[in-house]
Design a protein around this ligand. Structure first.
Ligand SMILES: NC(=O)C1=CN([C@@H]2O[C@H](COP(=O)(O)OP(=O)(O)OC[C@H]3O[C@@H](n4cnc5c(N)ncnc54)[C@H](O)[C@@H]3O)[C@@H](O)[C@H]2O)C=CC1
Ligand SMILES: Nc1nc(=O)c2c([nH]1)NC[C@@H]1CN(c3ccc(C(=O)N[C@@H](CCC(=O)O)C(=O)O)cc3)C=[N+]21
Length: 334
């Protein structure tokens, strides 16, 4: 019996993030083999935010399953500053993650700057954020042996786009998104804005959409600029830009928000990083590929960042004359 011609099954491929996570995990396992002892990640929990508690426990589980040591330190917010200073000085601690929000104001940014650059697994230190926006990829631009740390959720989105071959490896590293038009719905300082900047730095034309409007991030005509520039698109809304995009990435918090899939270009790639489902089931009628969540990749990226910190530290400890060893596998890609 053949299927009725009128209702052929949807041709959308639903891609689960575990496939990307498993590939990255292999890379992480290779890196682990080169170490004498398991890397030690310390998580500081100083709030009762359910999302943070869940993320912490989930990170712990992933660490323990894959040969990393994880310590969760639940502290009062009045003690967090001193605890961070102590962890910076403790040679038993390789990486530090602080779960936010804690004060939910500028004091959180202050705390982000206390974590030692050599232990900052989330790349929240000013130096990493500056280098990211400025499109400076190495801590040592001359010798290119120490890669900068990138924030986990934006980098997880990039790893998914690489897996989906949206990154075109025929093009040189740094230009591989040239020709793509990407919509990012969310412009928070922790995910949406860094993500838009990273994608534009890699050559994409990015429409960054938030509750206040649309901004366009690009490297200019023919990628003439070294880093992205931002233009405010006054009077433009999601309705105008979404149909232009071959990739749509959405991360709006709250269960009420739904991306209007009637705006999607036929065959667009759709990725959701919100903890809620920003795309309804009808997305499959329009999209070519739909990635419903990315959390698993985010956590593996966190572990990869931790290994990179250890690698960077190793390079730091080698005398320049002896520093002829080639960068390891972890430094070979983004
Ligand atoms: N899967 C992962 O690895 C991670 C997921 N998340 C999730 O991502 C979501 C966003 O987190 P944050 O960026 O920290 O939140 P946030 O509240 O700081 O930012 C939300 C952003 O969405 C925009 N927005 C809200 N309503 C909108 C609307 N109707 N139309 C267009 N834009 C709108 C806001 O303007 C803002 O730019 C949450 O669900 C969070 O749980 C966050 C971090 C990691
Ligand atoms: N310094 C810091 N960095 C963070 O990245 C951070 C934080 N603080 N504080 C708390 C929030 C919350 N957060 C989430 C991560 C994954 C999902 C998520 O949705 N994960 C799964 C679904 C979870 C499930 O299995 O049910 C997924 O995307 O597949 C949600 C929320 C990170 N946060």
């Amino acid at each position: 019996m053949s299927a009725p011609a009128s209702s052929s099954p949807s041709s959308c491929k639903v891609m689960l993030s575990k496939h990307v996570a498993n590939g990255l995990l292999q890379e992480v396992q290779e890196g682990l083999k080169t170490l004498e002892k398991p890397p030690h990640l310390v998580g500081f929990l100083a709030n009762h935010d359910p999302a943070a508690v869940m993320y912490a426990h989930w990170t712990q589980k992933t660490c323990e399953e894959h040969g990393f040591k994880y310590s969760l330190r639940e502290v009062s917010r009045d003690d967090i500053e001193e605890c961070l200073i102590a962890a910076n000085a403790d040679s038993d601690v390789d990486g530090i993650i602080v779960y936010y929000p804690i004060f939910n104001n500028r004091q959180d940014q202050y705390l982000q700057q206390i974590v030692d650059v050599g232990k900052d697994v989330e790349g929240l230190s000013h130096r990493y954020i500056f280098n990211m926006y400025q499109n400076i990829r190495f801590l040592d631009p001359e010798t290119k042996r120490q890669k900068c740390i990138l924030p986990c959720t934006p980098l997880a989105n990039i790893k998914i786009l690489e897996y989906l071959n949206i990154y075109n490896t025929i093009l040189p590293y740094g230009n591989r998104l040239f020709g793509h038009t990407i919509c990012v719905v969310n412009r928070s300082e922790v995910v949406g804005r860094p993500l838009a900047a990273l994608l534009a730095n890699d050559g994409a034309c990015v429409y960054s959409v938030d509750i206040t409007g649309v901004q366009k991030f690009t490297r200019g005509e023919g990628l003439k600029n070294r880093r992205h520039e931002i233009v405010d698109m006054e009077g433009t809304t999601l309705k105008d830009v979404a149909p232009l995009c071959d990739v749509v990435i959405s991360g709006v918090p709250g269960e009420k928000y739904k991306f209007d899939t009637s705006l999607l270009r036929e065959g667009a790639v759709c990725i959701n990083f919100s903890s809620e489902k920003n795309f309804g089931p009808e997305v499959k009628e329009k999209a070519s590929i739909y990635v419903p969540s990315i959390g698993k990749v985010t956590i593996v990226v966190l572990l990869r960042n931790l290994l990179r910190l250890i690698q960077n530290r190793r390079v730091d400890n080698v005398q320049p004359a002896a520093a002829t060893e080639r960068p390891g596998t972890l430094e070979a890609s983004t």
